[in-house]
Structures are given as structure tokens and as C-alpha cells.
Design a protein around this ligand. Sequence first.
Ligand code: TXA
Ligand code: MG
Length: 315
Amino acid sequence: MANIGTSIDRAVEALGRGELIGLPTETVYGLAGNALDESALVKIFETKNRPRFDPLITHMDSLVKAELLVQEFPEKAIMLAERFWPGPLTLLLNKRPEIPDLLTAGLPRMALRIPNHPLALRLLSRLDFPLAAPSANPFGFVSPTSARHVDDQLGDKINYVLDGGDCEVGLESTVVGFDDENITIHRLGGLTVEEIEDVVGHVSISLNKSSNPVSPGQTKRHYSPGKPLIIGNITEELQKANGQKVGVISFDTDHGVDDQIVLSPGGNMDEAARRIFSALRTMKNTDVEIIITQKFPESGLGRAINDRLERAAAR
Ligand code: TXA
Ligand code: MG
């Protein structure tokens, strides 16, 4: 078991010694270490059992600090950063040569973001290095949205989890890249396509759905709850599931099932996003044999929720 607490001093000391900590952010909890220290980066990959072809996101607390890590900041990237940082937006920009290749899995671009969480920002302001932080779950599993979740999955491998309460967004950041005039979303997340297009106009979406990605990123199978997950019409799927112990995760409708989580009885998509990973985790830990859920409306955060559910359902 890790210690769970709110001491910034303790986090600063551990990170300064090259150790990893659990880091609260508004999206999900991260497994954080010094982004400029190769041995800390190796620990991150090993602790998560993450393949080295999958690059990490680097976190800092100011745009000035981000600018020091990259070669140039395209104008549209600045526009997005000024509008949405701190927040659930990750920018892919060309790294400076001195940034470790391990951080970016050998790619020329690095991923950067300023998280919108008071404890994370206070911690980052005390450090003279940025933090590499992938989601604090073993590779392929559901992302953690509380300090307890981190402890449950990685508590035997790290000493300290900085406790920032439950994550307010609940989905990982949206990953955005720039090629000349084109802006591409590489991962749907807590910042919606609509919000981004409001600032920079049309963007394309290129999500990795292969299980053996040519370019790194999300693998097809991810966010696994460890048992079959069916996405469909919940009422119909319940009829087909006779004999099996079923758990239901619905958006807003009560289906009268014993093991059921209604994410937002009032139909609020923000609330559903905030609770989705925790719901998958709960279903994983109960004795239901299959999980039935539904497709969400394909707009706003509904798109990112659908993306996560499809990956969790992939077998
Ligand atoms: O909300 C978040 O982004 C959380 C919190 C902790 O900040 N972090 C997170 O990290 O979700 P992780 O490692 O679980 O996901 C990082 C994603 C992966 O899909 C990775 O492949 C992509 O960002 N990524 C990172 N660097 C990249 C690069 N240079 N090119 C393409 N994709 C990159
Ligand atoms: Mg992750």
C-alpha cells in the first residue's frame, strides 16, 4: 500500500530523488516522474508495464516553461494553449534535441499539457523540471479517477499518492497535433471537438484503432474491465443475456437491474464522463459476468465516452 496524503513537500522530495508519485489532475490521476531524468522515465514504463513505443505526456505549470522544451510554438497552438490551459488539452510539438528520446518513444514531437488542478499546479511550481505522467494504471486497464484507485492498482510499486480528491473531468486530455495548416485530434478527451473548433476552425480527427499501431497512441484494446462489455440497446441486450449475471451502465435510464449504475439520472454528459471509469472499475470488482452499456450521443463529451467504451469492449 502507498501512503495517500496532501503533502506537497513530500511529493517534491520524492520526485527530487528520482522516485515516482501518484499525481492528481482534473482528467485522471497520473504516474509522475522527472521528465528529464531517463532513469525516472524507465521506472514509469516498468511500473505501468507500458511498451516503450508509447510516448508520455509532459506536464508543466506555465506556457513559458512549455516553450523552453519545444522548438517552436505554432500560432494556432498558442491560441489553443491560451484559451484552454490549464485544462484537458495536450499539444504535440517538436521537441528540442536535449529532451530524452525515451519520453517521446523516439518521435520528433513531444506531448505537453498544463493540468487544471490546484495541487498539481502548486507541485509543478515548486519543481525545476517538468513531470512525465501517463495515467496511473497498468497498461491496458481503466484509468484512475481517485487516489484510492491509484493505490489499488499501483500501491505496491510507489510510495506516495498526492490526494486531490475525485477528478472533475474523468476522461483523459484531448491530444492535438499540428502539421502545417492542418490540425489533427489524435485522441478524443475531456476537451470537446466543438470547443477546439470554436477557436481554430475545422480540425480533422485521426484516431488509432489498430491493435498493432504503426504510429503510437491508443491501442484498440484498452480500458479493459476484465470481462465482456456489450454496447447496444440495453433493454434488448438484457433479454438476450438470460442466465448470466449482468451489470448495466446506463447514461440516464433506470433499467430496474440489481447491479446497475446510472451515470447521470438528469442526463448531464459532464457528470456521465466524470463517473464512467469509476463505473467500469466497480463492475470489474463485482461478480457480474457481463457488462451491458449503451452508445452515447455522438457530440460533446459523448464522443470521447463512446471511444473509451469501444476500446473497453474490444476483445
Ligand atoms: O489527461 C491526461 O492526458 C492524463 C493525465 C495524467 O495528464 N495522461 C494520460 O497519459 O492520459 P497516457 O500516457 O495514458 O496517454 C498519453 C497519450 C497516449 O495515447 C500517447 O500515445 C499519446 O498521448 N502521445 C504522447 N506523446 C505522443 C506523441 N509524441 N505523438 C503521438 N501521440 C503521443
Ligand atoms: Mg492511459
